[in-house]
Design a protein around this ligand. Structure first.
Ligand SMILES: CC(C)(COP(=O)(O)OP(=O)(O)OC[C@H]1O[C@@H](n2cnc3c(N)ncnc32)[C@H](O)[C@@H]1OP(=O)(O)O)[C@@H](O)C(=O)NCCC(=O)NCCS
Length: 193
């Protein structure tokens, strides 16, 4: 592989730390998920732009699941590194941890993966430098990203089929165990006949 512009994972590794202030909180006093998503998008941008040396945009976000609430007054740190590079795309893994300064407790709230693509000055896709994998962790993350891409492609196809091939009448029995009430106009009319 042409290696002249290749960059290490460490080159673009980025951490952003932000204090959670009251205006970030919902009525229950917990931090809005959207605030954390916005910070994740920001750190993903910095990390991906450092690696690519270009403008980048977010294409998709995987594995967003907030395992524990974040409170006002906590320090949230977002640790980002490039896990994978394709041609114009790159995947940034982001680990989010929240720290309570008074109790010194640290909780891992989520780990998510942002796919970004590099664009040139005309807004066209452009290729990103290869990634130099210097440690077993770098190699493991790249391999895991490959696996996730494969799973995501199969999942996308399954989702597409579930949406386009869904026969309502054939699948109506699946709703019997669910907490919903089917009150279709056409069923009600057939009752009247
Ligand atoms: C991302 C975008 C350029 C893809 O366009 P496209 O015509 O599908 O282009 P391609 O199929 O050539 O894909 C380009 C790269 O993106 C990757 N990609 C496209 N869709 C993807 C998805 N849903 N998830 C992960 N990667 C994706 C492709 O694998 C490809 O990677 P590679 O170059 O490393 O092989 C286009 O959808 C876009 O511009 N989206 C808007 C992005 C944006 O503006 N985000 C800001 C938030 S509004």
């Amino acid at each position: 592989m042409e290696n002249t512009n290749a960059k290490t994972v460490n080159y673009s590794r980025t951490t952003i730390t932000e204090l959670m202030i009251p205006s970030y909180a919902n009525f229950g006093g917990k931090i809005h998920g959207g605030i954390l998503l916005s910070l994740m998008d920001k750190v993903a941008y910095v990390c991906a732009a450092k690696h690519s040396g270009t403008y980048v945009v977010t294409v998709s976000v995987d594995n967003v699941e907030f395992k524990q609430p974040v409170e006002v007054g906590e320090l949230v740190s977002l640790h980002a590194s490039v896990n994978y590079v394709g041609n114009s795309s790159l995947i940034v893994g982001i680990k989010v941890v929240a720290e309570n300064i008074k109790t010194a407790s640290v909780k891992h709230t989520n780990t998510s993966y942002f796919t970004m693509v590099a664009k040139d000055e005309n807004g066209k896709l452009t290729s990103v430098p290869p990634l130099i994998l210097e440690s077993d962790d770098d190699i493991r993350r790249f391999l895991e990203a490959l696996k996730r891409k494969e799973i995501k492609n199969s999942y996308k196809e399954l989702l597409h089929n579930a949406k386009t091939l869904m026969e309502i009448d054939e699948n109506l029995h699946l709703l019997e165990a669910e907490r919903c009430i089917v009150k279709r106009e056409k069923d009600m009319q057939s009752d009247w006949i």
